[in-house]
Design a protein around this ligand. Structure first.
Ligand code: NDP
Ligand code: VSD
Length: 332
C-alpha cells in the first residue's frame, strides 16, 4: 500500500516536471533590448542598469536630479560591450502626474524603440513610530513607491501586450512581506506593490508579459544611508536579523529573475524563507518553486514564531530602557 502511494507521488511529480515548460516562460533576450529603469541614477536601480548594459541592453534612466542622472550615465557607459549601445537620461518625478510619466515613456520609445523591460526602482523609505510620522509621510511614500510604479507600468503595458513581449519589475522589500516596527508608512506602500503585481500578472500572462516582484533585505545604497539617519533603535535592531546586501548582488538576482520571468525575486536564506512563507496565492513560475513552497511552509511558519518572539523582546527591552532614562532624567 505504502509503495503504491509512494509510486503515485513520484509519478505525479514526474508528470508535473514534464508539464513544466507550460508554466515556465521563454527567457527575455537582453542584447539589443530596451530597458527603462526608474530610479536608475542611484543604488539598486543604477546597479540593475549596469547589469543590463553589460548584457547588451539599451538603457533609459529616469529620475528627478539631472546631475545624478548624468553621473550615472557616465558610470554605466564604462561597461559597454559594443559601440551601438546607448544610455538615455530623462528627468521626471514619477509620483506627480501620469501624463508627465506617459510623455517620458513616449520620448524614450521614440529614441530607443519599444520598451522590453521596465524596472520600477524609484522609491524611498522613511521610518519612525506611527504617532511621530507626519501624516504627509504616509501620502508621500504611497505616491512615490506605489503610484510611481503604477504610472510607469501603465505607460508601457499597452505596447508590451500588443508586441507579446515584456517584463515589468517592481521593487517591494522584505518590509513588504512582513510589517515591522517603524515601518507603518513604508511597509503598506510595499505591500500594495505585491497586490498590484499579482493582479497585473494574471491579466498580462496570456500576452507573454511577465511580472517580477523583488523583496530585497537592507541594501547598502545612498537611500539606505539616508533612511538610517532617522531610524528608530527598534527598527534597526529588528532589521539586523538579516545581513546587509550589496546593491550589485541584489541587482544581479533581480535581472536574472526578470529575464527568466520569475514572479518572485529574493536574495539570501532569510529572503528565501520569507518568500516561501508569504507566497499566499502568488503565481508560480516553476514546478520546483511550487513543490518547495508546499513542503517548507509549515516549517518556516514555526521558525517565524521564534523570530516574532525575538522582535517582541527587542521592543519590550527598548521600552524598559527608555522608561529608565526618563525617570533618571526626571530625578536628576
Ligand atoms: N536600500 C535598501 O535597503 C532597500 C531598498 N528597497 C527599494 O529599492 C528601491 C531603490 O532603493 P535604493 O537603491 O536604496 O534608493 P536610492 O535612494 O539609492 O535611489 C533612489 C532612486 O530613485 C530616484 N527617485 C526617488 N524618488 C523619485 C521620484 N519621485 N521620481 C523619480 N525618481 C525618484 C532617485 O533619484 P532622484 O532623487 O534624483 O529622483 C534615485 O535614482 C526603492 O524602491 C527602495 O524602497 C527595497 C528594499 C531594501
Ligand atoms: C522564517 C522566516 C524568516 C524571517 C526573517 C525575518 C527577517 C525580517 C527582517 C526584515 C528586514 C527589513 C528590511 C527592510 C529593507 C528596506 O526596505 C529598507 N532598508 C528600505 O530602505
Amino acid at each position: 500500500m505504502l509503495l503504491l502511494v509512494a509510486t503515485c507521488v513520484v509519478a505525479f511529480v514526474l508528470l508535473l516536471y514534464m508539464l513544466s515548460p507550460l508554466i515556465s516562460p521563454k527567457p527575455l533576450a537582453l542584447p539589443g533590448a530596451h530597458v527603462v529603469v526608474t530610479g536608475g541614477s542611484s543604488g539598486i536601480g543604477k546597479c540593475i542598469a549596469i547589469e543590463c548594459y553589460k548584457q547588451g541592453a539599451f538603457i533609459t534612466l529616469v529620475a528627478r536630479n539631472e546631475d545624478r542622472l548624468l553621473q550615472a550615465k557616465k558610470e554605466i557607459e564604462k561597461h559597454s560591450i559594443n559601440d551601438k549601445q546607448v544610455v538615455l537620461c530623462i528627468s521626471v518625478d514619477v509620483s506627480q502626474d501620469y501624463s508627465q510619466v506617459e510623455n517620458v515613456i513616449k520620448q524614450a520609445q521614440e529614441k530607443l524603440g519599444p520598451v522590453d523591460m521596465l524596472v520600477n526602482c524609484a522609491g524611498m523609505s522613511l521610518s519612525g513610530k506611527f504617532e511621530d510620522l507626519e501624516v504627509g509621510t504616509f501620502e508621500k511614500l504611497m505616491s512615490v513607491n506605489y503610484l510611481g510604479s503604477v504610472y510607469a507600468s501603465r505607460a508601457v503595458i499597452t505596447t508590451m501586450k500588443e508586441r507579446r513581449v515584456g517584463r515589468i519589475v517592481f521593487l517591494s522589500s522584505q518590509a513588504g512581506q512582513v510589517g515591522l516596527f517603524g515601518f507603518t508608512a513604508y511597509s503598506p506602500s510595499k505591500f500594495a506593490i505585491r497586490g498590484l503585481a499579482e493582479a497585473l500578472q494574471m491579466e498580462v500572462k496570456p500576452y507573454n508579459v511577465y511580472v517580477t516582484v523583488a523583496y530585497p533585505p537592507d541594501t547598502d545604497t545612498p537611500g539606505f544611508a539616508e533612511e538610517n539617519k532617522t531610524k528608530p533603535l527598534e527598527t534597526r535592531l529588528i532589521s539586523e536579523t538579516t545581513s546587509i546586501c550589496s546593491p550589485e548582488q541584489v541587482a544581479k538576482q533581480i535581472v536574472k529573475d526578470a529575464i527568466q520571468g520569475n514572479f518572485n525575486s529574493s536574495v539570501g536564506s532569510d529572503g528565501y524563507m520569507l518568500s516561501s512563507l508569504t507566497c499566499g496565492m502568488a503565481p508560480v513560475t516553476s514546478i520546483t518553486e511550487g513543490l518547495q513552497q508546499v513542503v517548507t511552509m509549515g516549517l518556516f511558519r514555526m521558525l517565524s514564531l521564534f523570530y516574532l518572539g525575538s522582535f517582541d523582546n527587542i521592543i519590550r527591552r527598548c521600552m524598559v530602557e527608555r522608561a529608565k532614562y526618563e525617570t533618571a532624567d526626571k530625578t536628576a
